[in-house]
Ligand binder design. Structure first.
Ligand code: CAA
Length: 241
């Protein structure tokens, strides 16, 4: 039987590429999304992958959504916590709403999504939890105190939970993408991107969502069974942590 993978924020950007890569690798894939119905319908029409709508910042919605996916698709073997947002701004201008929205979606979501699948993975003695953190969680980024804090928190979550899962056949790993050519990065002021960010990337270009998809497929595979608690950097050389 094909393993079942659930990807949050899976209808656009990096998440969509992850979902497509896992499907091509033979997984039965379901995706979650937060709000953009049009993008979700388009994604499902293109890929045949079912998309389920709920807010990853809401624990009860996650528990209910996961129960629905497991009833319709099967027990989740691979969970990819990818959903994330930015609310960039210099700290002296940052509002409490900008702070809270990012912590909720990018960090609270890890508890909300992983807790409801964890016991099943322990019972079945197999699981893969893959968290999409960020280069900016490793190195910090001006204008992103909220995002960098949440993404650094993601890495702590992975390192602690990996120790709990290891004896139960569950691996827990983080991927830290650098700047990838998605809507999120296209939203950065063009001048900032050109003059401040691109020159810091030795490979000389943005990454592609597919490059992150292939990292996920590797960490999900049996070949990666000895890798847990790790942080895989895919950033074009921007940060060598
Ligand atoms: N590196 C170095 N300097 C930067 C910088 C950066 N990444 N971003 C801004 N600056 C500089 C600006 O050039 C400017 O310098 P000068 O005054 O000398 O011109 C100064 O900081 C203030 O910046 P702004 O004038 O742009 O200030 P603002 O208040 O209008 O905007 C901001 C602030 C919204 C944070 C804007 O600067 C910005 O969007 N910066 C980019 C932040 C960023 O990198 N976000 C990543 C989003 S993608 C993502 O998060 C995915 C991922 O995981 C990698």
């Amino acid at each position: 039987m094909a393993r079942v993978a659930l990807v949050t924020g899976g209808t656009r950007g990096i998440g969509a590429a992850i979902a497509k890569t896992l499907k091509a690798a033979g997984y039965t894939v379901a995706v979650n999304y937060g709000g953009n119905d049009e993008a979700a319908q388009k994604f499902t029409a293109e890929t045949g992958i079912k998309a389920y709508k709920w807010d990853v910042g809401d624990y009860d919605a996650c528990a209910a959504g996961i129960a629905k996916v497991q009833a319709e698709v099967g027990p989740i073997d691979v969970l990819v916590n990818n959903a994330g947002i930015t609310r960039d701004g210099m700290f002296h201008k940052m509002t409490k709403d900008q702070w809270s929205a990012v912590i909720r979606t990018n960090l609270d979501s890890l508890f909300n999504m992983t807790r409801p699948v964890w016991e099943g993975m322990r019972d079945r003695s197999f699981g893969r939890i893959i968290v999409i953190s960020s280069v900016n969680g490793q190195k910090g980024q001006m204008g992103q105190v909220n995002y960098s804090a949440a993404k650094a928190g993601d890495i702590g979550f992975v390192k602690a939970l990996a120790q709990e899962g290891a004896a139960k056949g569950i691996t827990v790993n983080a991927i830290c993408p650098g700047y990838i050519g998605t809507e999120m990065v296209q939203a950065i002021d063009e001048n900032v991107l050109k003059t401040r960010i691109l020159p810091q990337i030795p490979v000389g270009r943005l990454g592609t969502p597919e490059e992150i998809g292939r990292c996920v497929a590797f960490l999900a595979s049996d070949d990666a069974g000895f890798i847990t608690g790790s942080t895989l950097s895919a950033n074009g050389g921007q940060n060598m942590a």
